[in-house]
Design a protein around this ligand. Structure first.
Ligand code: BGC
Ligand code: ZN
Length: 375
């Protein structure tokens, strides 16, 4: 089978041959890959040459955002059948810690987890994949075109869940009856800053807007860029952080009204750190971007620690997602489609055939958002 990924002792994206996977257990499912979405992690794994190969393997297939169709199911599979449109979770638990033993491998305590297309396990940039039924999520036919977005939405979903869990410490944040974070429009008295208007930042913007949060999203593209237009179409305010020193962006952002939530989705660490003083009292900062370089960020550490302490601020990191977040992502995707019909299509800016994997990974286009690979 044709596959694209990383190869030991070679740099850059490569193609190679792997055997077609077979169902070997009754609980397994064979999925035909249809589309794979690429994200920042995929591009960074290639550009930074970050390989985490399985023992005894000289290569790893990349790609962790899947849209596929069930081809065959094992005799013990009960929830899926041939022809179902599906996507798949990314992480497989370590099998040793309690979170992993209880379907919460996104919170693994040992670090011994694996991830499809990232850590030790083959990803989806190939023709067929096999996995256990428990990791495969059925996608309603109406959302089939957006199936690859369920993984990034699940990342947003987990981050929002963290916000809700942690901020339930504050049931009286404001006066309206949904202040407790349990209702669908929990965000009506909240304001957020989203850092980054890439696919993740845009999906976060859409999610927050649906919950009623007054949202400002920051990126470094001009006002007429498709990212900025989408931010506005989601009912949020766009702020162009380019051509400005980080201090100016911080000053302008803080001036435009402090935030009860900051959602970091860019990995632009200096900006991310310096926005901490824009937070309101008793607020929350959730970080999802993963900076991979080395930065000597300039910041006033006293100001940051003073603000965090005196304002009861929580800063929380959020990585990966488990099946429950994929299930919630389906509901959210339905709501996003209902509220902003067709807008998500604009996220898909480039599509390549699997054979053209090199083009997909070398694409330099300022309009790039979600790059899709079709199999
Ligand atoms: C994926 C996560 C994964 C993380 C770190 C992200 O791109 O969406 O599922 O845990 O990379 O490997
Ligand atoms: Zn674990």
């Amino acid at each position: 089978m044709f596959a694209a990924g990383l190869v030991r002792d070679k740099k850059g994206i490569q193609s190679f041959d792997i055997p077609k996977p077979q169902i070997t257990k009754p609980t397994e499912v064979l999925v035909k890959v249809k589309k794979v979405g690429l994200d920042g992690t995929d591009f960074t794994l290639v550009s930074e040459d970050l390989k985490d190969l399985a023992e005894g393997r000289d290569n790893i297939v990349l790609g962790h955002e899947l849209a596929g169709v069930v081809e065959e199911v094992g005799t013990g599979v009960t929830t899926l059948k041939r022809g179902d449109v599906v996507t798949m979770t990314v992480r497989r638990g370590c099998g040793q810690c309690h979170p992993c033993m209880h379907n919460q491998s996104d919170m693994c305590m040992t670090g011994l987890f694996t991830e499809r297309g990232i850590h030790k396990l083959d990803g989806f940039l190939t023709e067929y994949v096999v996995d256990e039924e428990q990791y495969i999520v059925k996608v309603p036919d109406t959302l089939a075109n957006y199936a690859v977005l369920l993984e990034p939405i699940s990342i947003v979903e987990k981050a929002v869940e963290q916000i809700k869990i942690i901020q339930s410490r504050l049931p009286w944040a404001c006066g309206h009856p949904d202040h407790s974070f349990l209702e669908e429009n929990w965000g009506r008295c909240k304001s957020a800053i989203v850092i980054g208007a890439g696919p993740l930042g845009l999906l976060a913007t859409a999610q927050l807007r649906i919950a009623g949060v007054n949202t400002t999203t920051i990126d470094i593209v001009p006002e007429d860029h498709v990212k900025a237009r989408l931010v506005k179409q989601f009912g949020a305010t766009y702020m162009d952080g380019s051509l400005k020193q980080p201090e100016d962006v911080v000053a302008r952002t803080c001036q435009s009204g402090n935030a009860s939530i900051i959602f970091e989705a860019s990995g632009a660490s200096e900006m991310a750190i310096n926005l901490i003083p824009c937070l309101l009292r008793s607020s929350i900062y959730v970080m999802t971007g993963i900076p991979r370089g080395k930065s000597r960020a300039n910041f006033d550490a006293d100001l940051l620690l003073r603000t965090i302490t005196r304002y009861n601020i929580v800063i929380v990191g959020s990585v990966n997602s488990n099946r429950s977040h994929f299930e919630k992502a389906i509901t959210s995707l339905e709501r996003i489609e209902r509220s902003f019909h067709g807008l998500l299509n604009q996220l898909f800016t480039h599509t390549f055939k699997l054979e053209d994997y090199e083009k997909a990974f070398s694409l330099q286009d300022p309009n790039r958002m979600k790059v899709m690979v079709e199999v």
